[in-house]
Unconditional design. Structure first.
Lengths: 300, 307
């Protein structure tokens, strides 16, 4: 049998070591990084990849799309799909910054706690995403919004950044993201007044919500944090928390989900999707939607 | 299932050195992935990306290599990488910019062997000139030898640059235990009179020590040259020299050429790359560890040759 190859396309100067580890662990024999890849190069690279192996060989060939920009990753994903010439076609998986799988895991973990501890669904809940203009934040917002939550993405500096992002991704994916800015404690308290769900996807090592803010929230049901580098993004959440009561949110019965709990599901989702590229008979095309379905499946 | 061994190879240059890639594969790493044009500010992000996608058991099968061409940059990146670990999520890191750490280690260890075997002495208290010593190999060799107790002087074409390099070595790599001095090329005639050891670490094809200078070195014991391309950096030492007498030396000095150094260098780099595969706890490796394993390797060959 021919060795399996994953061509890893990245618009950035380097690939993510996280994805490299994951791809090799999922069973790919050879990983080939392609850096500084431009959108207009994707068509040519894809066709180069499909035409040098027989139909048996191309089953053992996949394309991974990384980078840090969600919109660009989706454009590259679509360009790769359109470049296939059946039966010369290979599987493609987009997961820029691992954001699709991280966001999928985060939303699925929070959804489960919402169901288990509060008997609620995302639909009908009000959600806020801190760090909402970063790759994981936007993807989290899109998935939560498409799942029916009334979702606001929050930038910590500029309202315009959040507004532009929300408009762009609403247009792309038909979601209904709202935008907000919150730099100071009082902005955050105001924003969280009637919020049911908090997603914290801010930069590692940055505390976004402290105990003072958490004491003011009254409607909160579940908070999820993807920051694994201390201090936690939400004070009082431990990395391994799964549905653990949020100690500082004294005016509601909120529970928290920590970064390692999310990371564990993310890991399984990314692993499963990468592995499915090697197992599939027909080429598959995987993005955040498939990641979310897989994460929900894993948590059942 | 055992996870495959992955070495994430970071370099500040626009490409990895194929030398290092071959070495990594031959040491047992299954996948060697390049990360190029890396700046120090990117190291923390890359490290944390690398450590969080494997369980702590499988992190033992994951490591980071730091290449590039600049000694201080590589050491800074090694420090940042070490600081970026979040135990138990941590991996081993090995810095060897331009292969300079292992080359320098190979050279100093080979010189030390000659001192012991031919002159029944050690590096302790010896006067060493590092000719064209402002580059990565010269810097690492100077620090390794100084830490072993030698009096080291880095010689450059410009005194200012040599002084800057000596200061850098003392401040950044010597941990306050070294007092490396500087000298200018035009004063070689003077310095050679008291030199016990010469390291020639210049660019290929430049003669740094002439036959006349060798003839005017009354206490020279060992001279080593990393240059493999003729003309040799030190007159009378060819690439194959491995302890052979230098013709024209009035003190019976012996020479070590580039291939002899390269052999020990190869072994040292191989051993450190393997150490990352075999260690139970993460290790952070640089020129000091390179010298350690170069010495071990030389010891092991001696045991073999005696038995």
């Amino acid at each position: 049998m021919k060795r399996s190859i994953l061509h890893m396309l990245d618009p950035m100067p380097n690939n993510s070591p996280f994805d490299i580890n994951m791809a090799l662990d999922a069973g790919f024999d050879v990983l080939m990084p392609y850096n500084n890849v431009k959108l207009e190069s994707v068509h040519g690279l894809t066709q180069d990849a499909i035409f040098s192996r027989s139909s048996a060989g191309i089953k053992r060939t996949g394309l991974f799309i990384g980078g840090r920009n969600l919109g660009l990753a989706i454009d590259m994903f679509n360009a790769a799909k359109q470049a296939m010439v059946p039966p010369f076609a290979i599987s493609v998986f987009a997961d820029p910054s691992g954001a699709f799988t991280t966001a999928a895991a985060l939303v699925a973990c929070v959804e489960r706690e919402l169901r288990d501890k509060h008997g609620k669904e995302l639909a009908g809940c009000k959600a806020v995403v801190f760090g909402g203009t970063g790759p994981v934040g936007v993807a989290t917002g899109i998935i939560a919004s498409l799942a029916g939550a009334d979702t606001t993405i929050v930038d910590h500096l500029y309202l315009d950044t959040a507004v532009d992002m929300a408009a762009q991704y609403n247009r792309r994916f038909g979601c209904t993201l709202k935008a907000a800015v919150a730099s100071f404690d009082k902005d955050k308290i105001e924003l969280l007044k009637d919020v049911d769900v908090i997603f914290c996807t801010a930069k590692a090592g940055i505390q976004v919500l402290n105990a003072t803010i958490l004491k003011e929230v009254t409607q909160l049901k579940v908070a999820g944090d993807v920051n694994a580098v201390p201090p936690a993004g939400i004070e009082g959440i431990e990395r391994g928390d799964v549905g653990t009561p949020l100690i500082h949110a004294t005016h509601c019965k909120a529970v928290g989900v920590g970064a390692l709990a999310v990371g564990n599901v993310k890991y399984q989702v990314q692993h499963a999707l990468l592995a499915s590229m090697l197992e599939t008979e027909k080429p598959i095309y995987l993005d955040f939607r498939d990641a979310f379905v897989k994460a929900q499946e894993l948590l059942k | 299932m055992e996870k495959p061994f992955i070495l994430h190879m970071l370099t500040t240059a626009k490409n990895l050195s194929p030398f290092d890639v071959n070495m990594a594969m031959d040491a047992g790493w299954v996948s060697a992935i390049p990360y190029t044009n890396i700046e120090a500010s990117e190291v923390e992000g890359l490290v944390q990306d690398a450590i969080f996608s494997r369980s702590s058991k499988n992190l033992k099968r994951t490591s980071i290599f730091i290449g590039g061409r600049d000694t201080k940059q590589a050491m800074d990146m090694l420090k940042i990488a070490k600081r970026s670990m979040i135990p138990p999520f941590e991996v081993s890191v090995f810095a060897d910019p331009s292969g300079a750490f292992t080359t320098a280690a190979g050279m100093v260890a080979a010189v030390e062997r000659e001192l012991i075997q031919k002159f029944s002495t050690t590096l302790e208290g010896k006067n060493i000139l590092v000719l064209a010593g402002t580059g990565p190999v010269g810097q690492a060799a100077a620090v390794i030898a100084a830490k072993a107790g030698a009096n080291v002087r880095i010689i450059g074409r410009q005194l200012e640059k040599a002084q800057y390099t000596a200061d850098l070595c003392n401040a950044e790599f010597g941990e306050g235990k070294t007092n490396i001095l500087a000298g200018v090329d035009t004063d070689k005639v003077e310095h050679i009179k008291t030199a016990d050891i010469v390291f020639a670490t210049g660019a290929a094809g430049i003669e740094l020590l002439s036959a006349e200078l060798i003839a005017s070195a009354p206490q020279l014991k060992v001279a080593a040259d990393v240059n493999a391309v003729p003309p040799a950096g030190i007159s009378g030492i060819d690439a194959m020299s491995n302890g052979s007498p230098i013709i024209g030396s009035i003190s019976g000095a012996v020479g070590i050429g580039a291939l002899a150094i390269g052999n020990v260098k190869y072994q040292a780099q191989n051993l450190l790359l393997k150490r990352m595969i075999n260690c139970e706890k993460p290790v952070y490796l640089h020129f000091e560890h390179a010298f350690e394993v170069a010495r071990e390797y030389i010891k092991s060959t001696q045991v073999k040759s005696f038995s």
